[in-house]
Each structure stands twice: as C-alpha cells, then as structure tokens.
Design a binder for this molecule. Structure first.
Ligand SMILES: [Zn+2]
Ligand SMILES: [Zn+2]
Length: 79
C-alpha cells in the first residue's frame, strides 16, 4: 500500500463554508490527502478512506440500532 500519485487527480479543494468530511470529501491516511471519491477505498493506494473526523469504528454495512429514546432505526452507510 503505497501512494502511486493517482490521488492527486482526485484532490479535493478545501471547502470554505462546511467541513471537509461534511462536503463529501474523504481522507486517505497513506496518501495524506483529501480526495473527492465515491468509493470506500482509495483509488490510488487501495487503503480504506476516512469519511468521518473521529470515528470509533466505521462500519460500511447496514446498521440497526436503538437511539436514546428506544426507537429502533436502520441506517445505510453511504457507499
Ligand atoms: Zn496516493
Ligand atoms: Zn491513498
């Protein structure tokens, strides 16, 4: 897993208003770059991209859980 320079072509501009993650940008820890990319994996090095600022354990699959009010919800992660 090394940077091949492909990520440069997908490099994302720093958004003025919102944060990087909220505007759909993802961070590659290997390439150390923010890119505009729909996939979960870096098109350059193949490493899993970060989609949230500080996530505990990011799960890309369907998630069912309960919120604080006890309401059961189902959530799809963006792919
Ligand atoms: Zn790269
Ligand atoms: Zn990468």
């Amino acid at each position: 897993m090394t940077c091949k320079g492909i990520c440069i072509r997908h490099r994302a501009q720093k958004p003025s208003a919102s944060g990087r993650y909220t505007s759909g940008q993802k961070r590659c820890q290997i390439c150390e770059i923010f890119i505009k990319w729909d996939g979960l994996w870096c098109p350059c090095c193949g490493y899993r991209l970060r989609t949230k600022p500080r996530n505990k354990k990011y799960k890309a699959r369907l998630r069912t859980g309960q919120n604080q009010q006890g309401i059961i919800y189902t959530r799809y992660s963006k792919l």
